[in-house]
Write a protein that binds this ligand. Sequence first.
Ligand SMILES: Cc1cc2nc3c(=O)[nH]c(=O)nc-3n(C[C@H](O)[C@H](O)[C@H](O)COP(=O)(O)OP(=O)(O)OC[C@H]3O[C@@H](n4cnc5c(N)ncnc54)[C@H](O)[C@@H]3O)c2cc1C
Length: 339
Amino acid sequence: MGCATALALSERGAGEIVVLERAVPGAEASSAAAGILGAQLEAREAAEAELFRRARDGYRAWAERLRDETGIDVGYKRCGALDVAFDEIAAGALRERVAAQARAGLAAEVLDGRAARAVEPELSERAVLAAHFPDEAQVDPPALLRALVAAVARRPRVTVRSGVTVRGLAIEADRCVGVRLDGGDLRADATVLAAGSWSSLVPGVPRALPEVRPIRGQLVQLDERPPRVRAILFGDHGYVVPRGDGRVVCGSTMEDVGFRREVTAAGLASILAKALALVPSLGDAQVGPAWSSFRPHASAPLVGASPLPGLFLATGHHRNGILLARETGERVAEALLHS
Ligand SMILES: Cc1cc2nc3c(=O)[nH]c(=O)nc-3n(C[C@H](O)[C@H](O)[C@H](O)COP(=O)(O)OP(=O)(O)OC[C@H]3O[C@@H](n4cnc5c(N)ncnc54)[C@H](O)[C@@H]3O)c2cc1C
């Protein structure tokens, strides 16, 4: 969120911009994500659906621009997605969602098990029905973050400072005038809070803001040779994201355990059980790396102006921060430059 906002601000001709990161940009949730641009998989309300669709559909052009500017391919693919039901109760809910999305003009269809397996031949024989969303897409988050940081660092009048911890907001006369760093304040006309799951822990952040809490998610990568799975598959709160080159990212857990970073035996057992229920042939895949990170959960994403003059917000995106990165950067830049 910090880099996407810096890029959008720079493109609008903002003055000096400094991105402050205590580790390296992308060290936390953003590089750890599965990279699903799941506008239709994730949206639950009409207003959300329109925002998510716009965010997803704007990604191809953003990915191309980032590649042209940096030479880094962010792995954008419109691979489509199947949300899979294994029983009649789940099937009924999927039918309703597809009908609502089709009414809203989104590409969505209900497929029986056989038709779903024609779209994704590796899908389990046990699938009774699937919602097919052909426009859903993915990116490869570590590549996205490398490209984003490179694009930001190349812009004129933008500095990326790694290894710098923000100790608090600098507040004078009820206005945010910058941040407190070891060794002194960094003053700014405007400050953007983009500290992910740590946003509520930055001293000086207004108490009136909804709390941002970490929700741990674990992921494991499988390597199938040769690559077989083609579509993103969702089902029974698990998912499988094929990168197209044999890597298949399987997720995930949703755990309210504070900032504990463990990848746990129970977490992996549940992720692998759901992945194999979707794609039994993954049982032969080589197990690759497993990792975890923290989704910044708030009651809703916090984007734009805050109750504290001089402070703007780009945080709280929970499960959809990769999807919403570009849109958020644009919205925060607009709010900041027109304040
Ligand atoms: C397992 C998992 C799977 C996910 N899958 C998807 C997905 O498929 N699609 C999707 O759209 N989203 C997904 N997400 C969600 C997405 O990753 C997040 O919503 C998004 O990355 C949040 O971005 P952010 O910039 O707010 O937070 P982060 O990427 O966590 O960045 C916050 C940064 O702030 C820095 N920081 C914190 N405090 C300070 C301080 N005091 N001083 C200096 N720096 C500080 C941190 O070091 C960190 O680098 C997933 C998340 C997880 C955990």
